[in-house]
Design a protein around this ligand. Sequence first.
Ligand code: ATP
Ligand code: MG
Length: 321
Amino acid sequence: MAPTRRLTGFQPTGRLHLGNLLGALRPLIAAQSAAESIALIADLHAMTVDHHPSEVRASALEQATLLLAAGVDPARTPIVLQSQVREHTELHYLLECVTGYGEAARMIQFKEKSAGGGPVRLSLLTYPVLMSADILLYDANQVPVGDDQSQHLELTRTLATRFNTRYGATFTVPEGIRPDAAARVMDMADPTSKMSKTSGTGRIALLDPPEVVRRTIARAVTDEFAVVRRDPERQPGITNLIGILAACTGQEPADQSSYGALKRQVTDAVEALLAPIRARHAELADDPAYVRKVLAESAELVRPTAATTVARARRAIGLLD
Ligand code: ATP
Ligand code: MG
């Protein structure tokens, strides 16, 4: 049986937050010894929407630093900066040649992000094809995906299967693995939307100072029921706080807990999780050359696999060696 190879991606569109940590980063770190994992910082994806060059660069470096600070071990899990492995863009093009325009235009995320009426970049339309390339390039057979990415993973499977059928066995068709529901962190100010780097206001960034974390949790939207229980429909805010507490500590709050007491418990639990990451980040941030070296070595490490996959795809689709 092929080894388990996982790919987890982060877009350098802003500051990593508690949702990224509980939903993606911690599972990645927990699986480090059992699976071959690759952490991808998808900087090419960050320019599918309006972006500032210096911010994308700074965010990519900060994310790499935070991944290390949180416990990603680069000796086991390469931290790959997408743009440093050129094969991503080459495979992207080859996959575009098996993607229908209508198929790309039907993607919900494309429809949502292009709905504003402003200029839409062509790269936003083809974003899911680049994501497919990210996955297929490394023969990843497991991809942790939340609801927001499950349609794109389905497209990846479709494109891989179509390419294999048309041009001969080339790609591993990946399976999506779902993070458990408790790992989906909602926005503190609007608990019906997921916490996000780019939308909403109730985000807890991993590098927020303790007093900011405390204030964000103290101001978290709750409700008038005054009962601490999981009820995602009627009490999304309280359900979110309970979920965060459970994800951080493995514990449920006491039934009779007041909202104030629950918020204090959540604050302590989040702080216990973030304090060591913050401290380690401060050390690593003093040595950006080390972080850049990790990125360069990671790219070196994965490039042979990427080159082999692209060579296979080039040959299959009709290009001369
Ligand atoms: P953006 O707003 O730019 O899409 P994001 O917050 O959704 O940012 P991504 O870089 O898209 O972050 O996702 C990185 C990883 O974190 C993915 O594996 C994604 O599924 C996971 N993730 C993102 N938001 C949450 C959340 N609120 N709860 C749990 N996991 C999340
Ligand atoms: Mg996202």
